[in-house]
Design a protein around this ligand. Sequence first.
Ligand SMILES: Cc1cc2nc3c(=O)[nH]c(=O)nc-3n(C[C@H](O)[C@H](O)[C@H](O)COP(=O)(O)OP(=O)(O)OC[C@H]3O[C@@H](n4cnc5c(N)ncnc54)[C@H](O)[C@@H]3O)c2cc1C
Length: 666
Amino acid sequence: MTELIDGLYIEGEKIADTKAPHSVPIDRRWEQRKFEAKLVNPANRRKLDIIVVGSGLAGGAAAASLGEQGYNVKCFFYQDSARRAHSIAAQGGINAAKNYRNDGDSTYRLFYDTVKGGDYRAREDNVYRLAEVSANIIDQCVAQGVPFAREYGGLLDNRSFGGVQVSRTFYARGQTGQQLLIGAYQALERQVHAGTVKEYRRHEMVELIIVDGRARGIVTRDMATGEIETFTADAVVLATGGYGNVFFLSTNAMGCNATAIWRAHRKGAYFANPCYTQIHPTCIPQSGDFQSKLTLMSESLRNDGRIWVPKRAEDCDKDPRDIPEEDRDYYLERIYPAFGNLVPRDIASRQAKNMCDEGRGVGPAIKERDASGNERMMRRGVYLDFSEAIGRLGKDAVSARYGNLFEMYQRITGDDPYEVPMRIYPAVHYTMGGLWVDYDLESNVPGLYVGGEANFSDHGANRLGASALMQGLADGYFVLPDTMNDYLADMLRLGKVDPNAPEIAEAKRSVEERIARLMALRGTRSVDDFHMALGRIMWEYCGMERRDAGLREAIKQIRALKEEFWRDARITGKADELNQALEKAGRLLDFFELAELMCIDALHRRESCGGHFRGESQTPEGEALRHDDEFLYVGAWEWGGEGQPPILHREDLIYKDIELKQRSYK
Ligand SMILES: Cc1cc2nc3c(=O)[nH]c(=O)nc-3n(C[C@H](O)[C@H](O)[C@H](O)COP(=O)(O)OP(=O)(O)OC[C@H]3O[C@@H](n4cnc5c(N)ncnc54)[C@H](O)[C@@H]3O)c2cc1C
């Protein structure tokens, strides 16, 4: 069908995953797939080259594991050290169905919680495998020496995260990502030493090379010298993280961007569910107009912290310690008695917004615009209170669990959370959307594999806490090293790509042209200024609540802003030196296009599910209302060409092992 729908997109053919072996039950599919997949003889592996872009938990683990198998791996990242990837920021923990607490956990329960938590918008096969390999991840990391918290008896300790009723989250104080990344980094460096992995630091991938329909390499810019280089390989893995910074303000590291996956998208890789964004409920509230970063307070704090706002708006100015118990509204405990403060993130975030919209927010009022574009002052904060936990457990016990988070909060806000409740508010945190992949984590472009937050695979419309680290390491240590063999076995026969293939020179030329065009911009506004403006549009219209009219307005504004960028942006410095304005400009151009696709995706999905809340689709109690009859599918978008509408391919979601239900945490 080529008819333009809503003036915005075209409907394409349906797609499906064809790799998960449905001849056997779900709990045997991974074993079966591994058995069916072709292998590469150890002596042949050194003849095959793999490019891994990304050195976070997904990329670092994949590069180390593929190197360990004997492949020739080139690992690219834009930081100065592999162990500075954004994964290092993860605080709270990593899930695994070990059932150490004997509280009823199992592979099936983790699978069930993840599918339900994602509001039934994830593929069953992939999620089941994730739950299955979760236990191996912990064993692998312990063997590497990752210092997980332990109980008195020596067993690894667990805590709970949102959306579950068991304790399955393994942690290392509030630095779980850092400790896991050090483990992956050591494994990676071991391979560097062994000669199977070569690292390319401060190299930004700026284009994908496709030859004869297969992913065959990348174009990079050396961020220190500006040199543009091409690298070829037999397969390419993108593990380049999430794109939450399309909102400018987010909990992500400032460098996180969408360029690698967006460039691949423009070269044919489908982008799945781009509008599924996670807004995390426990972040330090924004304090002013010129802020460039938001800080997460880990979800683990909801184990012991109680969330409340004053019952009466007139109490919002008071010192919280002067508000007596009977005048406090512990609204999550009131509305969701079964899960209380541990409801999933999408629900906790939306309720915090509702409380503030009712005028019961706390903290200083900040300037914002209402739905009609008028400026207003609103208090955007709710309390996260530890006084009860400190009374019950003692200050030392609370400090042992969360000490570094409390310290971070105090340094940023000047308030001591041992004495005064923290103030928190939702902020953009994670993107469930990403490049479409099949069961093998291969995109629709042969030879292009995608792992970690960069793919769309496991979290549906809402990710449960502590599941991103699990997925990144599952993809990197356990899935890609098995599934890629199947493809690489054929590549032995097909042979190396011709270094003179015109596609390689053409990819390099397009990068050079784009940079020259950017360097010619001599306007008046900085790149950050445009990025901030894009972020405001996205937060306003494609943030916690999305509506038809707002999304259409956003698309209009994004297009106008992009045009304005080409008229009035200013890029300082030179192309052949360290130039952050140039780096940011390239990333922002990709964010403009991605932002538009996110709005189109959000507009076409006229239902609420997980983090995608359409104002027009809610239950009488204000909860997300899905429309399974119309939207039980993954929306995988194909790039339609410059200035052309995108093409929607639907992958039907089939639930055979889990019953589809309206989510309830009450
Ligand atoms: C503050 C914070 C706390 C979190 N806490 C938790 C938690 O407790 N538990 C949990 O499960 N999840 C948590 N998450 C989510 C989790 O940290 C991330 O989803 C996960 O670490 C992503 O890992 P990754 O390997 O996919 O990508 P990243 O760690 O983001 O790594 C991306 C890599 O790709 C490279 N890269 C990107 N683009 C390019 C390019 N164009 N060229 C070259 N290299 C490129 C980067 O250099 C980097 O090496 C948290 C997230 C945040 C923001």
